[in-house]
Ligand binder design. Structure first.
Ligand SMILES: N[C@@H](CCC(=O)N[C@@H](CS)C(=O)NCC(=O)O)C(=O)O
Length: 338
C-alpha cells in the first residue's frame, strides 16, 4: 500500500511539474501579453532616433514607436509597454529566455539569426547598410584609403564580420578595435583613439550628432552590406509572429492609402480592402487573435509608416531613401489585407 501511495504521489508530482512546462510551450506570447496586460519590448537605450531613453525618463524613437504600435494593436493602449534596454550581445538571450516578448533593436535579419538562433523575424522596418565615418581632416574618400587605419567597431553585431569580410576581399590591412558598448566606441572615436568607426549608416548619422564637432566628421559614400532591420519574436510562435508582422504591414498599408493619425478615425471609403483594414468588415482581427479595430488603433497611436519616420528619423537627418512605399519606388510593401 505504502509503495502504491508512493508511486501515485510520484506520478502526481511528475505531472504537476511537466504540465506547466507543456502548457507554457503551447501558450503563445500573444496570450501572455494579453493576460499580463502589458508588452515587454527589448530596445536599444542609447541610439537617438531609434531607441533612446531621455534624461526625463521618456522613451523615444522609431523602434520604440513600433513597440507602442504592437501594444496598441494587442491591448488598445500604446502606453501598455515596458521597454528594456539591451546591448548588442545580450539582446538575443533576452528573447530566448522570455525576458522580453519582442526585440526591436536595430537588429539585422540574417540567415544564421533566423535559422540557428531560435528567433523569427517580422518584416524589416528599416532597410539599412553598413558604412564608415571618418574625421574630415583625414581627407579619406574611399575604403582603400583606410589601409593601415585603426577602425572602431562594436562586438556582438553583424558589423564586425562585415568589416573583416570586406577588408579581406579587398586585400586591405587594417586594425579592428572592438568595443563592447556604443558609448565607449563613439567616445573613443571622438577622442581620436581610432581613425574611423564603422556601423549601420543610420547609427553613424544618429551618433554623429553627439560628437563634439559633428561637422568635422563625414560618412563615406560607400555601403558595404545589407542591414534589413526589424522586429524579432521567439522561433516557432507563429501566432505571435503573425500579429507582430501585420502590425508592421498595417503601418505600410496606411501610408500607401494615405490613412493618417489625423484622418483615421473619420476615414470614409468604399474600398473593400481599406474597410477590412479599418475593421469595418471581414474578420481580420479575429483571425489574428486581435481586436476588430487593431489596425485603426495602431494608426491612432503612432500614425502610418511615413509619420513614424518623420517623427523620429527625419529630425536626425536620415533621408527616406529606399524606405519608401513600393508605389513610390521604395521597398515597403504590405501584403494584402484579404
Ligand atoms: N544591425 C546590426 C548592428 C546593430 C548593433 O547593435 N550595433 C552595435 C554597434 S555596431 C551596437 O549598437 N552596439 C552597441 C551596444 O551593444 O551597446 C546588428 O543587428 O548586429
Amino acid at each position: 500500500m505504502r509503495k502504491f501511495l508512493f508511486r501515485v504521489s510520484a506520478l502526481v508530482l511528475a505531472i504537476s511539474l511537466v504540465t506547466p512546462l507543456l502548457a507554457d510551450n503551447h501558450e503563445s506570447v500573444l496570450d501572455k501579453v494579453k493576460n499580463r496586460g502589458k508588452l515587454v519590448c527589448g530596445v536599444h537605450g542609447g541610439l537617438p532616433g531609434f531607441g533612446y531613453l531621455g534624461e526625463d525618463g521618456k522613451w523615444s524613437g522609431f523602434d520604440a514607436d513600433f513597440g507602442r504600435a504592437i501594444a496598441a494593436a494587442v491591448l488598445g493602449d500604446p502606453d501598455k509597454v515596458e521597454f528594456v534596454p539591451l546591448n548588442a550581445a545580450e539582446r538575443f538571450t533576452a528573447l530566448q529566455t522570455g525576458e522580453i516578448d519582442v526585440l526591436i533593436r536595430n537588429t539585422t535579419w540574417t540567415l544564421t539569426r533566423d535559422a540557428d538562433l531560435n528567433t523569427d523575424f517580422a518584416p524589416p522596418t528599416f532597410y539599412d547598410g553598413q558604412g564608415f565615418m571618418v574625421p574630415k581632416s583625414l581627407n579619406i574618400k574611399s575604403i582603400k584609403e583606410l589601409a593601415g587605419a585603426t577602425i572602431g567597431v562594436t562586438g556582438g553585431s553583424t558589423t564586425e564580420l562585415n568589416l573583416a569580410d570586406t577588408m579581406r576581399s579587398l586585400g586591405i590591412d587594417f586594425k579592428p578595435l572592438t568595443y563592447s558598448d556604443i558609448d565607449t566606441l563613439y567616445n573613443g572615436y571622438d577622442a581620436g583613439r581610432v581613425d574611423a568607426v564603422t556601423s549601420d549608416k543610420s547609427q553613424l548619422v544618429a551618433r554623429r550628432k553627439n560628437l563634439k564637432n559633428p561637422d568635422d566628421h563625414v560618412i563615406l559614400d560607400v555601403t558595404i552590406s545589407k542591414e534589413p532591420l526589424g522586429p524579432l519574436t521567439i522561433h516557432g510562435d507563429n501566432k505571435w509572429n503573425d500579429a507582430v508582422s501585420w502590425v508592421v504591414y498595417a503601418t505600410f498599408f496606411a501610408e500607401e492609402h494615405k490613412i493618417t493619425q489625423e484622418n483615421v478615425k473619420s476615414f470614409e471609403t468604399e474600398n473593400p480592402e481599406i474597410k477590412r483594414f479599418l475593421g469595418e468588415s471581414g474578420e481580420m482581427g479575429k483571425i489574428l487573435g486581435l481586436p476588430k479595430d487593431w489596425a485603426k488603433q495602431v494608426i491612432i497611436a503612432v500614425g502610418n509608416y511615413g509619420e513614424i519616420f518623420e517623427r523620429n528619423l527625419t529630425p536626425i537627418g536620415l533621408p527616406r531613401g529606399i524606405n519608401k512605399p513600393w508605389t513610390e519606388g521604395g521597398l515597403l510593401y504590405s501584403m494584402p489585407f484579404r
